[in-house]
Design a protein around this ligand. Sequence first.
Ligand code: MD3
Ligand code: FE
Length: 203
Amino acid sequence: RCERIGPSAFVLRGFALPWVDELLPAISGIEAAAPFRNMVTPGGFTMSVALTNCGALGWTTDRRGYRYTDTDPATRRPWPAMPVPFARLAHEAAAAAGFAGFEPDACLINRYLPGARMSLHQDKDERDFSAPIVSVSLGMPATFLFGGHKRADKAAKVQLYHGDVVVWGGEDRLRYHGVMPLKHVPHPLLGSTRINFTFRKAG
Ligand code: MD3
Ligand code: FE
């Protein structure tokens, strides 16, 4: 099932469900090597979402700005490698939405606890905006905000559930987006947590 939410943005409901048994132990392995942490934005705010990364490049923020790095600033070691099922899932989801040949070099993993949110922003730290972004939601549901090309544009709300995959490309790639404060609706597998991973071509 493929729902179109923009000219080049697609929700693939439940697309990741057959992969969950492989994804969860892989996330545990990544977390053991590169723990989730709440990073500080250039404006001095600590993010309510905790994050880690896998793949050749990882997204980070601190008082100096946003950027991709090849090492984890917390451990000064390379980010954990992208697990094979992660890369396969991203490739297959992109292809299902019409973006053949997607080979991400970065996977940002966000962890939301109840009340965590992500304010409206654009993803523009990547070098090449022609590649899509693929996002996978696991655990508690979230209300995703899908805005326009200006921060003030009215945002549509899209509910994202465990196993949903979203693919954003083309003219939707630079749209403002965010996540409403997470409601506490414990999930049978992940408890009081939502995990979102976004695959990107960053370098
Ligand atoms: C639409 N994460 O990490 S994923 C992010 O649920 C981020 O954790 C949210 O926004 C989350 O940057 C939303 C969906 C997403 C990711 C990138 C996009 C939507 C996007 C880029 C352009 C347009
Ligand atoms: Fe984003």
